[in-house]
Write a protein that binds this ligand. Structure first.
Ligand code: AMP
Length: 191
């Protein structure tokens, strides 16, 4: 299986690039943010629990997030692999994902990390708010909190994959096509 973690701060372009990569490599795209938003829209119990954290730009607790992710993976038993977008966001999630995949005789192939500086991220997210309809994109205080949470809780996850020689940093600024090209070149080194 080809299992890619597409990593990076909010606004780095993970969603956009995931959509392109899933077609090129025939993968299933799992975005934990999208799944939480679908649960909020569907007014499920999970959605209600997640919403309180998402509205503040905080992380949803690991226990909820990990069990949700695992139940999504098992919905695709015949998949050639997955693009994990927005997951793992904590070291506990990374370890849980490894042991879950090991139980399926699989593993993460690589982490591709989009690198974009903070002021550019804030500009992109506030701009995205005009079309995304996402309340957490529209409020600069929440946007800044999401980036702070990323720096504090999520960026250390990169070391987890560095230690396994699975990490590649990718310049996340330029045209969509240029960034896709960089991601594909990096990904192809793992095939
Ligand atoms: P995103 O769409 O990836 O920007 O995620 C939106 C929000 O969903 C985040 O600010 C978190 O509140 C929540 N979220 C998404 N993925 C995770 C995750 N892996 N762990 C915890 N919370 C998450």
């Amino acid at each position: 299986m080809l299992n890619v973690v597409l990593f990076g701060p909010p606004g780095a372009g993970k969603g956009t690039q995931s959509e392109i990569l899933l077609q090129r490599y025939g993968l299933v795209h799992l975005s934990t943010g999208d799944i939480f938003r679908a649960n909020i829209k569907g007014e499920t119990a999970l959605g209600q629990q997640a919403k309180a954290f998402m509205d503040k730009g905080e992380l949803v607790p690991d226990s909820l997030t990990i069990s949700m992710l695992e139940s999504e993976v098992v919905k695709h038993p015949d998949s050639k692999g997955f693009i994990f977008d927005g997951f793992p966001r904590t070291s506990a999630q990374a370890a849980a994902l490894d042991s879950f995949l090991a139980g399926k005789s699989s593993a993460i192939t690589c982490m591709l990390a989009l690198e974009v500086d903070e002021e550019e991220l804030i500009k992109r997210l506030l701009n995205r708010a005009t079309t995304s309809g996402r309340a957490d994109d529209a409020d600069e205080t929440i946007v800044r909190n999401r980036i702070a949470v990323y720096n504090r809780e999520t960026s250390p996850v990169a070391n987890y994959y560095r230690d396994q020689q699975k990490y590649r940093g990718i310049v996340g600024v330029g045209s969509v096509e240029e960034i896709t090209q960089r991601l594909c070149s990096a990904l192809d080194t793992f095939l």
